[in-house]
Ligand binder design. Sequence first.
Ligand SMILES: [Zn+2]
Length: 300
Amino acid sequence: MESSASDEGESANPSFRYRFALFCLLFFVTCTRPGYQQGKTAIAAGDSLKYFGKALPSKPLAKKVIKKKKKIYLTFDDGPNKGTQNVLDIVQQENVPATFFIVGQHVFASREQASTWDSLQHAINIEVCNHSYTHAHNHYEKFYQQPDSVVSDMEKTKDELLPDNNIVRAPGRNSWRIDSLHYTDIKKSKAAMDSLQSAGFIVMGWDLEWHYDPKTLVVNNTADELLNQVDSVFIKGKTKTPDHLVLLAHDQVYQNAEDSIQLRQFVQKLKMKDDYELSLVSSYPGIKKDSLFSSVKYIP
Ligand SMILES: [Zn+2]
C-alpha cells in the first residue's frame, strides 16, 4: 500500500511528541533539583563538591592581596622661626602627622617664636623633637670635634624644653643612630654621633630633602617635582629602611606665601596617593615605644 508523506508523518508524530515531552520533563526535574541549584552555587563559590556522584574540580578562591603602604615621615627643621606657624597651620588643616625638630635657643629668640613654641606644644597629631640648642652656631666642623659638647648641647634642649624626648637630629649632618641602623655622612663627626647614642639619644637623618635657595628662601622644586622625587627614591630603593622615607624640609622657607602653597599642594597630593601613608617619626622602625614621651600628643 502506498503511503502518503502525511501518513508517514501521522504515524511518526505521536512517538516523537512523547519522547520530546519525556525529555522536557526530565530536563525540568533535573534543573529544579535542590542539589543542582546548590551545585551551581557551590561552583560559583569555588567549593569542592560532588554532583551526580562526580567530584567537580575545586576552584581556589581569589585571595585579596592587601598592599602594605609605604610610610612617609614629614619632618621640619630649625623652628620655631618665622615659617613654623604657617607649617603648623597647614599640617593641622590638612590633618596629617608631622614632626618638628626644634632648636632650643629659637624658642627664646622673640615673643612671636615663644608663642609658636606654645602652639606646637598644644597641637595634636604632631611630634616635637630635638635639633640641639645652638644649631652648632652654624660652624659644624668645629662643633663635631668636641663630642662631649655636642651631647651637652642636645641635653640643654632636652632638659629645658623636651624632657621626655630622646629623638634628635644633628645640626648640619645627615647621620643616623637608630637601633642597628648606623650611618655617618661625614666621618669626622662619627665620634660625636656615637656619643649621642651612648648618652641615650636616637639620631634621625633624612632620605630626601626639599631643597631651597638660602638667599631667597624659595624652594627649588615644585610640589609635583618633589612628589616625583619621592616616587623615584622609593622605586630605586634609596631609603635607609625599605618602604620608609624621611623627608626633610625647613620651616623658614614657608613664611613665603608661594612656598606655603607648594607645601599644601604637596601634602594634598600625598594624601591622594593610595600607596603612601604619613606617620610620626616615633613610629619609624627600630624606635622603641619607651622613647615616647608624655609631651607628644597624638590622635591615631
Ligand atoms: Zn638644622
